[in-house]
Write a protein that binds this ligand. Structure first.
Ligand SMILES: [Zn+2]
Length: 729
């Protein structure tokens, strides 16, 4: 073996060790001390292995009467040496500083920039952490799988029949930049403030951070909810912003400069002898209403004045006027006029609800009135939905139709085995001023299950139940990942009916701004495509990661910097793995290894037909209860839409009975359920179950969310979380 070969081998080993430590460190968010322990242990194991082989080698030489150094010159020297050739491999990795340096030179990664925004009177600098967008895009597009995926998905012009992504909407199709560059990268940004640790007592607000994340909209939507494709742009302590940069002009400056360059020159990726040029532009900004209004320059309160960023509605009007055409819709011209008026007199700010200029207007293609999208997570899941749920349950209890105990028994029964199991009802929750507590996902689950919990106790013509049913019709469209233009025709009328009925039952003072925003949804879906694809839900999971970084490391001094650095290390790790777009299913529950004989004979025959394979009762199979592929979870007893009957848009479901691994292929085995009749009172289809087995491969479903299957009076029912139109995803 030559010295060069040996060096290469040692370097390869060193890279492998570095990647292994990086993986352990970032996956489990290990503190530096633990990381160093791991390195020391690995070093020890390596030298022990060397010593063991050395002893074996010496014994072998003695038995064979060979002098090690003489006859096996090079190799003998390495094997008989007291130090392993791999011992030195650790000297570059045995401190945090050295490991980071090694990773920076040997792996593709994007470094965080710590930028000083101002100085406190004490001289202490106020910094923010910025991750350059062009470098992240370069890293992403240097990956051949992602690059090929994006290049293969060049934008096709929308037919206007169906909205399945942002590029189907009018904002994209009339956009100043994207009409010229339809295949450019669409960057969907998100901003939010969050507490990095439990906000109780005097510490509240102390560790609050503003975060800006973004995704590349050109990736298939099935990847966009994966944490690794949500990129970090900016982290800054909220205190610094309040003190020095209330309008975000300083912290967004580097981003705006980069975006200007990305729109004109783009980035070049040199790969396999070709140069690929990618341009990019900001497509949308998501956030809760407060964050969106703060950045866009609108008023930051919602209990008087101009509470809407989509129209000129005054707080007083929203309780009586439920059609969009009763309001003046905001647009670029209107907004420019408001900004001019603001220059004339600050008093005009309160008059129009526009308090300052949004720094992003520096981008030539940017329009404040179309860039800040609605967020159905905050408006619906944390606003309208729990509000309506609470009022209906409260009224049913007050009218003595049902007791809290009965409700909780029903809830317990209905929610058995669910991931986002709602919290039980409490008397406090059901007071006039009470509210539903829990996460957005729990609130949604409770709302969907309400028909099963409360439906049987309520009369068919109950006025408050009609409010619920109208809202279910609305959320069927608003929460759908794909929306057909035919369902949008009815949406505006449905919202009008819902608000009218809501006011008739619960009074006009119950209407909050979040109820008002619904009147814009039909138009907003035509503008942006399905609102679900722009909601904050997917981004908020990222906050959890950052919170766990801080709680594991216990570093409260340089919160933003630490979180950003660790995030970039994790990204480095994720991009060092080969199959970043992997679609392979994996189990998320325990598995059982059995034989084919454990499955019914008819099912074995169905598997043989579908897999075109001979199936024997002695063949091994693995069974599991839950399987995951991308962000879809398949569980035994859940229902997926596998087809939609074209004209009437009626779904066909598969009710999963077994999840089976047979000859390296995961399959879902179940019964097809055909809809017989829609029962409006419980918002569910009564279904007939097919006698034959259906075999479905994960990913073959038409829609990626599980829908609920239940039995009432020995009849089978399925309730959909939303309407699935006749179109494959
Ligand atoms: Zn409005």
């Amino acid at each position: 073996m030559t010295q060069t070969q040996l060096d290469q081998m040692v370097h390869g080993f060193q890279k492998h060790v570095a990647q292994c430590i990086l993986k352990l460190r970032e996956k489990h968010i290990l503190p530096v001390t633990v990381q160093q322990d791991v390195v020391a242990e690995m070093q020890l194991i390596t030298s022990e292995i060397h010593d063991a082989y050395r002893a074996m080698f010496v014994t072998f030489c003695e038995e064979q009467h060979i002098a090690p150094d003489d006859q096996l010159s090079g190799m003998g020297h390495y094997l008989n040496s007291s130090n392993s050739v791999f011992a030195n491999a650790f000297t570059n990795l045995d401190s945090d500083y050295k490991l980071n340096k090694f990773i920076a030179t040997n792996f593709a990664n994007v470094k965080v920039q710590e930028i000083v925004m101002a100085h406190y009177p004490s001289g202490k600098p106020a910094k923010f952490s910025y991750v350059p967008v062009s470098s992240v895009l370069e890293l992403t597009l240097s990956n051949v799988d992602i690059r090929d995926h994006i290049l293969s998905r060049n934008t096709v012009l929308s037919s206007g029949d169906c909205f399945s992504s942002y590029s189907d909407g009018s904002v994209f199709n009339e956009h100043a930049f994207f009409t010229e560059n339809p295949n450019a990268l669409r960057l969907h940004f998100y901003l939010d403030e969050f507490e990095v640790c439990n906000p109780i007592g005097s510490k509240r607000g102390k560790h609050k951070v503003l975060a800006v994340y973004y995704i590349i909209g050109n990736l298939d939507s099935k990847y966009c909810s994966e944490m690794k494709f949500i990129n970090l742009c900016l982290l800054v302590r909220y205190q610094h912003l309040q003190q020095f940069d209330p309008h975000y002009a300083i912290v967004l400056k580097p981003l705006i400069e980069e975006l200007e360059k990305l729109a004109t020159d783009g980035i070049n990726i040199d790969a396999d002898g070709n140069v690929y040029n990618f341009r990019a532009a900001l497509a949308t900004f998501s956030g809760d209403n407060l964050s969106a209004h703060s950045l866009a320059g609108y008023q930051r309160h919602f209990n008087c004045g101009r509470i809407c960023r989509f129209c000129m509605a005054n707080y007083d009007e929203i309780h009586v006027s439920f059609r969009e055409d009763a309001y003046v819709v905001r647009n670029k011209e209107v907004h420019d006029y408001h900004l001019q008026a603001l220059e004339v007199s600050e008093a005009n700010g309160a008059l129009y609800g526009v308090l300052h200029r949004c720094p992003l207007i520096d981008l030539p293609y940017f329009d404040v009135t179309t860039a800040f999208v609605p967020d159905i997570m905050h408006d619906m899941l944390e606003g309208v939905i729990p509000n309506v749920t609470q009022k209906i349950v409260q009224k049913a209890v007050q009218d003595k139709l049902v007791t809290v105990d009965i409700l909780n028994d029903r809830l317990h029964e209905v929610s058995r085995g669910l991931n986002d199991r709602p919290n039980p009802f409490t008397p406090r929750m059901l007071k006039q001023s009470g509210s539903i507590v829990g996460s957005a996902a729990q609130k949604w689950q409770l709302y969907l299950m309400l028909a099963r919990i409360l439906g049987t106790y309520i009369d068919k013509n109950d006025a408050s139940w009609e409010v619920y049913l109208l809202l279910r019709d609305i959320t069927d469209v608003v929460f759908a990942p794909v929306v057909s233009s035919s369902s949008l025709v009815h949406l505006e009328g449905l919202v009008f009916q819902f608000l009218t009925q809501f006011v008739a039952v619960f009074g006009s003072t119950s209407v909050t701004p979040k109820f008002h925003y619904m009147i814009h949804y039909a138009r907003l879906i035509r503008m942006y495509g399905p609102l679900r694809q722009l909601w904050c839900m997917r981004f908020e999971a990222k906050h959890q990661y950052f919170k766990s970084v801080i709680s594991s490391l216990g570093n409260y001094i340089t919160v933003a910097g630490t979180m950003a650095h660790r995030h970039q290390m994790r990204q480095c790790l994720e991009f060092s793995c080969y199959d970043i777009l992997s679609c392979e299913p994996f189990c998320v529950s325990t598995t059982k290894s059995l034989h084919m004989s454990c499955l019914p004979a008819e099912l074995r025959s169905a598997i043989a037909v579908r897999l075109q394979a001979d199936v024997d009762v002695t063949d091994p199979v693995t069974l599991t209860q839950r399987l995951r592929r991308l962000h879809v979870t398949y569980s035994v007893d859940s229902c997926f839409v596998v087809a939609v009957v074209e004209q009437e848009e009626i779904p066909v479901y598969v009710h999963i009975k077994y999840i089976v691994l047979f000859r390296d292929t995961w399959i879902l085995c179940g019964r097809l359920c055909f809809c017989a009749r829609f029962h409006r009172h419980i918002h569910a289809y009564r279904v007939n179950i097919d006698n034959d087995w259906a075999i479905v491969y994960p990913g073959e479903e038409v829609d990626y969310n599980a829908h609920d299957y239940f039995i009432v009076d020995e009849c089978s029912f399925i309730t959909s979380k939303y309407h699935v139109p006749a179109r494959t995803l």
